[in-house]
Design a protein. Sequence first.
Length: 123
Amino acid sequence: MKDRIEQFEYEGKKFVYYDLSNLKNNGQFREFIECAKKDIQQYPGNGSLFSITNIEGVLYDTETKTIVSAWMDFNQPYIRHGAVIGLDGIKRIMVNSILKMTGRKNVKFFRTRDEAVKWLASL
């Protein structure tokens, strides 16, 4: 799962790209989250990171929603602003409800990674 996490810099800002695309079961989600937790803890918890999360083609159900909510609570101290790509109608509704449950207001939705990077870099 480590190959699904990419760290990069763009215009002097630190980014982390989470590729959850096409994960099809909650075991894969749990495995990814454990790997992502270890990865993000190398950064100071001062909101210095910009994140992009790709959820194109993922299976979302109630358990997935719980797993992702817990992840968003965990990573909140590390993320300044985030972007999500790969949303369709149902996933957009679920992600919006997760954002409301976790109180996150620093996440925006985009169609492509390039659009997300450009918006985040402008902040």
